[in-house]
Design a protein around this ligand. Sequence first.
Ligand SMILES: *[C@@H]1O[C@H](CO)[C@@H](O)[C@H](O)[C@H]1NC(C)=O
Ligand SMILES: *[C@@H]1O[C@H](CO)[C@@H](O)[C@H](O)[C@H]1NC(C)=O
Ligand SMILES: *[C@@H]1O[C@H](CO)[C@@H](O)[C@H](O)[C@H]1NC(C)=O
Length: 370
Amino acid sequence: SLPDINMGKRQCWLPGRGLVLRLATLALTLLLCLQPWRSYYPSSGTQQEATDRKYPKQYQPQPAEGLSSKRQVTYIRASSNHQEDIHAERAVETGHSSCKALPADRLRRKPRRWRIHLQPWASLNRSLGDEASRFLRYISTTQISCRRLETNGLMGRSKSVKKPWTICLDDRFSLARQVRDQQCRLYSLGLGAQDNQFEVSMAEGGCDVHRFEPSIKLSHVQQGQHLWYHRLAIDWRDPNPSVSIRKVHSRIKTLGTILSEFGHWKIDVLKVDMESAEWKILENLILEETIEQIGQLVLEIHLHWPGFQVNGNDSSVVRYWYSLLKELECKDFRLFYIHTDLSKPQTFLRKKMLNASSCYTLSWVNGKWT
Ligand SMILES: *[C@@H]1O[C@H](CO)[C@@H](O)[C@H](O)[C@H]1NC(C)=O
Ligand SMILES: *[C@@H]1O[C@H](CO)[C@@H](O)[C@H](O)[C@H]1NC(C)=O
Ligand SMILES: *[C@@H]1O[C@H](CO)[C@@H](O)[C@H](O)[C@H]1NC(C)=O
C-alpha cells in the first residue's frame, strides 16, 4: 500500500479553520506531499541505497512470491491486503476463482496496472502438488472447439512440422475473413532463426508477417512480398513510471511500443517462441493491455524452470503461471489447441511430476474478435 501518498492527499484536501491552523496545515501538507518525491531523487549513498530510494519498495519489480501479499495494486490505489487475503481465503473455501474487476476500473481514466491479479491458492496448504495439478488441468482442457484448425501455416504443404503452431480458421472468428481478404497480419517473436516454416507459410498464404529477432545482422530484412525480419528484442519492462526512467536500449522494445511505431493497431496472430521469456512477455501484454490488440495467440510455454525473472518458491511460481492464464481468460481468450511436446524432457520445475512435460504449445482465440 502507499500510505505516504494517500495520507498526503488527504492532508492536501483538509480545509483549515483559522489562519494559524491554515498555515500549519499548509506546512504539513507541503511536507507530506513532497515526501514521496524525495525518494525519487537519491543524492548519495551506495548503489543499493540509491536504487531503493529511486524505486520505493512497492514500486520495485517483485518476484512472484512478493505478488501474493500485494495483489492488484495500481499506482494510484492503496489496497487493503488484509481484506484481499480474506477474499482469497473465502474464494478457496468456495472453490470460486473469478475475473475480479479492479476497483480502479470504475474510475473514468483507468490507470495502468503493474501487477497481475493473482488467483487464490489452489488449496489452503499452498502445496506444490495442488498448484501443479490445477495448472496442468487448466492447460490440458480446451475451452472452445475449433472446426478448422490449421497447423503450421496457410499453405499446409509440409507434413514434417517441427512444432505444431496452430491457428483457427473458423468462420466465426475474424482471422478467416482477414486471410480471405489478404488483410491478415502475423507478428512472430523468436530467439533464433531455426524454425520459420510457419512464418514462411503464412506469408505465402498472403499474410503480412513481421518476425522479431534480436540476432539478425541487418536491422530490417524483407524476404518476398509479405515477410519482414526486424532486429528487435521484446521487452517486458514494468509499466511502472519510475522504472521507465531507466535508459532503455533502442533495440529492446515492448510489443505495444513496436505496434505504435509501426502504425499497426492490431495483430491477427501473435506467435511467441521465447524459450522461457514468455511468462514475463505475457505479463507485459496483459498489464499494458496490448493483449486486446491480438486476435489469436500461439504460445510455447516452458515448465522445466520458473522462467526469466520469475521468482518465488515452486508453489508461488505455478500460481503465478496459472494467474497469467486466468488473466487471458478474463480478457475473453479461449484455449482451442493444446500440444504436449514429448520430445522435450518430461519435467516440471526440475521434478518428475504428474506426467507433465516441460513444453507445451497452446493456442487461444480472442473471443471479442468475431
Ligand atoms: C493439502 O491439502 C489437500 C486438500 O486440500 C490435500 O489433498 C493434500 O494432501 C494437502 N497436502 C499437504 C502437504 O498437506
Ligand atoms: C511459498 O511462498 C508463499 C508466499 O511467500 C507462502 O505463502 C507459501 O506458504 C510457500 N509455500 C511453500 C510450500 O513453501
Ligand atoms: C502422459 O502424458 C502423455 C502426453 O500427454 C500421454 O500420451 C500419456 O498417456 C500420459 N501417461 C499417463 C500414464 O497418464
